[in-house]
Design a protein around this ligand. Sequence first.
Ligand code: SF4
Length: 360
Amino acid sequence: MRRSALDRARQSDGRVDLKCLDRPGIAAFMADLGKAEHRALQVYKWAWQRDTTDFATIDTIPRSVRATLGERAVLSSLEPDGRLDSADGTRKYLWRLPDGHRIESVLIPDDTVPGRPRLTLCVSTQVGCAMKCSFCLTGDMGLKRHLSPAEIANQPLQVQQDLGPEHRITNLVMMGMGEPLHNYDNLLVALDILLDTYGQNFSHRRITVSTVGLVDALERFAQASPVNLAISLNATTEASRTQVMPITRRHSLAALMEACRRLPLPSGKRITFEYVMMEGFNTSDEDLVRLRQLMADVPAKVNLIPYNENPHRDIRRPSDDRVEAWQQALVTAGIHCSVRTTRGRDISAACGQLGDASPV
Ligand code: SF4
């Protein structure tokens, strides 16, 4: 297992990207070089807490060790490829990867709760996506490739660098480009780095992984990671969900909900079910009844997401009255329900718009 992680971290020039390894992984790499284990922690802390990409600057380790590391390893970073600022404060970061692909991260400020300002970063986990959800522009790209652990974990690191010390990212959501659980191994390493006290030191309460519901991976993931889970639901019957989320053919709605009932959630923790509301498709009174039934015996929160209309899809968002009526009905039924405000539409940073990276 450790060997394969090391192999995955190896670049085309043979050097190992230490930012693709968790702490034990770096310790194993240092041991292979015959270096003392405590050097691993020093390198790890410099990489993730002091943002270094140059071994020569790590002045707490001997010059000879630094020289060896420079020959055998790298500490990668993302190449910035532009930044778009929305009128509503949302900000999209574009990154160019070494193979020429581009990915995006979206920073969303939220001051709606007095005294508790939030700064949420929406992180990408793949270039494109294989899931092909019909309402999502990222799905149109198909899957180009998985992101490495470094490419995932460098997004919050480098956005934080851009923000400076006055503003801290408070929350991370793995809801950018890609299906996180399709990139399972790399996601787990990246989360390890994000959660580690000596890494980026985020609380597990502040990180959410969103998935279409790859049932086997979901069950493994709930055992392996303490972070919050969100399921992209978007329909209330097998037929309608299959229509917009082809993955339902492989992982049925029934199997997904059964898995959600079985997940070993810590007490008080709930699964967030995201429901993109598309007028004339999934917003009928019958849908509402079925949604309530689906949520009945699951520790659930519902996040209603009125569709972000765009020129690429003939899909309408429901009226504000309809959205509000749904929210009230769900709350009355005892289901915690929030409505996601559309953010960043003018920079194509809203939900389902990532992948269309051209400035407007
Ligand atoms: S909604 Fe998420 S899982 Fe579906 S195609 Fe888009 S990025 Fe992939």
